[in-house]
Design a protein around this ligand. Structure first.
Ligand SMILES: [Zn+2]
Length: 282
């Protein structure tokens, strides 16, 4: 493996996040922020990836594929890997039943098959969390890796299932499944610090931009020096990162990473399969 691996990823939520995550069904200005992601942000990011010949993994809700099929097709045609991010961008634990969650997940599989001609192999939960049924559903649709957990920062591992958190006893972590985890972090996500909302869950979006990017430089540089076979996974959103004052900083970050010896940019699917081969499931 390279000394360090970088996976740039986009959660292409577009309008879906404003509908299901922020309950803004009749707020066209919020909808328009998602439209910006599809019509302005995503094309800019595709151009950046073309310019540096750097791959990206795109987690696209089925709602985005059905709403903005053209740009989603362009993501795929220009080398972006398209993976599963639910259909409606509903947090798995908030579905009313297992059947509802399964129907949402399966509809998104159909969208991705229609778009790419192949089934998704990777999944990222819209809420970065699971219901009690999510792992079974993912196994049933053939998911081989996922990217929503934070038990490590730069090192893949197998996802644990069968956890227990009793109020009157110790936490039980459960047992590893054969689904590979490619870990995420709220510290490597552009949405929480950079997205302004009037209400829940936070009023952010006016922090100094450089402080957020400096965090990512620091994390990458520390990983490069201290972690064997480290994988740096950055989670971004076209409606956030596609804005002018951010995409220029993302470009500088890509340049910085590229100047270090033995750094490889890879698709998350590639990283997951390479890690699985080196660490076969028990
Ligand atoms: Zn999302």
């Amino acid at each position: 493996m390279a000394k360090a691996t970088v996976c740039l990823s986009y959660d292409f939520d577009a309008v879906s996040t404003w509908l299901w995550s922020y309950d803004s069904w009749d707020e066209p200005t919020r909808h328009s922020r998602g439209v910006f992601g599809a019509e302005v942000g995503a094309p800019r990011l595709l151009d950046l990836h073309d310019k540096y010949d750097v791959p990206a993994t795109w987690f696209i809700p089925g709602h985005t594929i059905e709403s903005f099929p053209e740009i989603c097709g362009e993501v795929w045609d220009r080398g972006g890997d398209v993976q599963h991010h639910g259909w409606s961008h509903t947090g798995p634990a908030t579905f009313e039943s297992e059947e509802d969650e399964r129907a949402d997940v399966e509809r998104a599989v159909d969208n991705i098959v229609d778009l790419t001609g192949r089934k998704p192999t990777g999944y990222r939960s819209p809420a970065w969390d699971f219901s009690a049924h999510t792992l079974d559903i993912l196994a049933d649709i053939g998911i081989r890796w996922e990217s929503s957990k934070m038990a490590s920062d730069f090192t893949p591992h197998y996802v644990y299932g069968g956890w227990e958190a009793p109020p009157d006893g110790p936490y039980v972590r459960g047992e590893p499944t054969d689904i590979v985890e490619l870990p995420v972090s709220w510290q490597r996500d552009d949405w929480p610090p950079l997205t302004f909302t009037w209400a829940r869950p936070h009023r952010m979006g006016y922090v100094p931009e450089d402080s957020i990017f400096q965090r990512w430089y620091d994390q990458f540089d520390w990983m490069y020096e201290n972690v064997d076979d480290g994988v740096f996974i950055l989670t971004m959103h076209p409606q956030v990162m596609g804005q002018a004052h951010r995409i220029m900083r993302l470009e500088a970050l890509v340049q910085h990473m590229s100047t270090k010896p033995d750094v490889e940019f890879k698709l998350m699917d590639t990283v997951a399969e390479e890690w699985r081969e080196a660490n076969p499931p028990a």
